[in-house]
Write a protein of this length. Sequence first.
Length: 150
Amino acid sequence: MWIPMDNVFDLGEPGPSGNENDTYVAKDTIFKVNNLLNNGSIHSLLDKIILHNLVFPNTAYKLIGFAGYDGRSVMPVLEQERICNAQPATQIMIDTYMSALGFTKENDEGRYSNGTYVVWDVVPRNVLVDADGDMYVVDAEIKRLCQDSV
């Protein structure tokens, strides 16, 4: 689906934006229009999204289309379930959660690995906790570690 930039505001109310995403908030959904500054290519972004969905399925992304200016830019539009009534998790909560998922904390704050994946930027601004204590990693960087061939 192609979404002309003039129609992006139809996705929802503008939300917090960062270096790579402009966000639009709807009732139960967050839409992220990604400018590819951090990923460099659509292929790299889609690889990252697949890995995120494998490691953090409760905050899975869906690619719903592309936005941009005709003939000038193409920006993937991602959809993610909105986590309502939640607040940023503390780093101790995040460390405990990541450990429960089988990840080991590394030296850099918010960086973890499990022998298959390395995940970083798992910090309070990117992780929510609800009233029941359920954790939601809504944004993180992730890559698969190279596996030695047998």
